[in-house]
Ligand binder design. Structure first.
Ligand SMILES: Nc1ncnc2c1ncn2[C@@H]1O[C@H](COP(=O)(O)OP(=O)(O)OP(=O)(O)O)[C@@H](O)[C@H]1O
Ligand SMILES: [Mg+2]
Length: 470
């Protein structure tokens, strides 16, 4: 197949199978390409559209309201524009469109429109919004505080105690706080504690994740919208207005788009917001706590976080260490979670066994305190009569006992009352699995590494029921 025919076939296959609508017009505004996803979105057949001009297909559109015609005229791309319309079945469709000019000859330009259907995301967002509104109004009515306070933060490591005391100082002010920590280190716990121990405790605490939501939606969520600002937009306050007097937690700030970061910076500096499409400046008194799971200086260096916003957020900086850097807190946290789940699960567990404690201390805890909490909850579900959590209760957490440092500890196996030949078999099995792993499951190489014959290794694989996934 000639190369250009091959490219054409590849392009056609991609265009027909990607999850986006594509509409291309020539310099006269006539459709020269239209894929089936676009057809589904707009409720039109490809044949109805091909060769026709935009105004013929959509009589309600004109030179200014059609993005394709606008781009043909201005020759400037329009990115991520929200569009809402009713399709022929009367269902409201929400899309995010990018429209980009391309050159056909030095004088002639065409335009491509790429549309992404965000109807489901939008519906979900509307539901969350309604729930948040209900929660916020409930929050401001109630006198009793239900969120976490510093009493819920467990840890005695010196560095960790310093961070708690800095966070307690933060609770006495309204300054912006930036919290950096890996997943599960307790960033939200700190944010709630700061809010519920501050003067703002009787006002709303609202958390919003900045990742996974398209920038144009997030803007409306944060700052609110005004009816008519775009088709389908309604009058709705954003989280800044809802959190008035309270605290807004912006989670994963490093995932927020750069344009929105610039808007956020302006709001923080000026102290008022303007709804999307609105004309009025609305004063807002909101304390911002932002979190990130990436070192903010790296995010600034890579361009993911605006430097000016970083300086503005970084008034009080809390860097929460991962659990592996404060291992002395592990037994304390384990005890705390055992008590918690005794109540929740109606159990009577007293502690963890020494073997489990050794494994806990040797493990790296990539999911940090959340992973420790989940592992204890899961183990306590396994307990029937025991009062001590033992290794077999942690059967779900294979990595805990497969840890290089922890699992080969044969003294631990003796504690479990295993017989010598069982212990030797366990060790042999583990060595074989490790050899296979490091030789990418190649049997000949693994046998060489173990210093045994290939047939012997195959015999042992059968004996230990080790299956090799190809
Ligand atoms: N020091 C601690 N003492 C008691 N519980 C803790 C501590 N740190 C974290 N936890 C608990 O661990 C779980 C995870 O904490 P949290 O949600 O605050 O983490 P996070 O840093 O926000 O994680 P992510 O980045 O994944 O959102 C929660 O149940 C929290 O209560
Ligand atoms: Mg969190």
């Amino acid at each position: 197949m000639a190369l250009n025919i091959l490219y054409k076939t590849i392009l056609e296959t991609i265009i027909e199978n990607i999850d986006a609508g594509i509409h291309v017009v020539n310099s006269e505004g006539k459709t020269i390409f239209y894929n089936s996803v676009m057809g589904e979105l707009e409720g039109l057949d490809i044949e109805e559209v091909m060769g026709k001009s935009i105004t013929e297909i959509f009589p309600s559109l004109d030179e200014n309201s059609s993005t394709l015609l606008t781009v043909l005229r201005t020759r400037k791309p329009i990115y991520n524009k929200n569009q809402s319309y009713l399709n022929i079945h009367g269902k409201q469709i929400n899309t995010i469109n990018s429209t980009i000019p391309f050159r056909i000859t030095p004088e002639k330009y065409g335009a491509v429109e790429i549309a992404k259907d965000i109807t489901q995301v939008k519906e979900l967002h509307d539901k969350v919004h309604i729930l948040q509104e209900a929660l916020a109004s409930k929050d401001s009515q109630k006198e009793n505080i239900k969120g976490h306070t510093f009493k819920s933060i467990i840890g005695e490591d010196d560095n960790f105690l310093n961070i708690i005391s800095l966070a307690k100082k933060a609770a006495k002010s309204s300054s912006t706080v930036l919290i950096f920590g890996e997943t599960g280190t307790g960033k939200e716990l700190f944010a709630q504690s700061i809010h519920y121990e501050s003067d703002r405790r009787n006002k709303p605490f609202i958390a919003q994740n900045c990742a996974a939501i398209p920038e144009s939606l997030l803007e409306g969520i944060l700052f609110g919208t005004v009816k008519g600002s775009y088709t389908g937009a309604v009058n709705r306050p954003g989280l800044f207005e809802q959190a008035h007097g309270g605290t807004l937690l912006l989670d994963e700030i490093n995932s927020m788009g750069l344009q929105l970061q610039a808007k956020l910076l302006r709001v923080l500096q000026e102290g008022y917001i303007r709804r999307v499409g609105g004309l009025n400046d609305i004063p807002c008194d909101v304390r911002i706590i932002a979190t990130t799971n990436e070192d903010p200086e790296n995010s600034v260096a890579s361009g993911a976080l605006r430097k000016d916003l970083y300086y503005r957020l970084n008034v009080i900086y809390l860097k929460i260490p991962p659990l592996r850097e404060r291992k002395t807190d592990i037994p304390l946290l384990a005890e705390y979670f055992i008590k918690k789940f005794n109540t929740v699960l109606k159990k009577d567990v007293w502690s963890i066994s020494n073997e489990v404690k050794n494994a806990f201390m040797n493990y790296d805890w990539p999911g940090n305190v959340r992973e420790l909490e989940n592992s204890i909850e899961s183990a306590m579900n396994m307990v029937i009569k025991d009062h001590i959590l033992k290794p077999h209760h942690f059967a779900n957490m294979k990595s805990l006992f497969n840890n290089k440092k922890g699992s080969s500890d044969y003294k631990m196996l003796i504690h479990e009352n295993k017989k010598l030949d069982e212990i030797l078999s366990d060790i042999e099995r583990e060595l074989i699995i490790n050899a296979l792993k490091s030789c990418s499951n190649n049997i000949t190489k693994s046998a060489e590494r173990l210093g045994i014959k290939r047939q012997t290794l195959q015999h042992k694989l059968k004996k230990y029921n080790i299956r090799i996934e190809s």
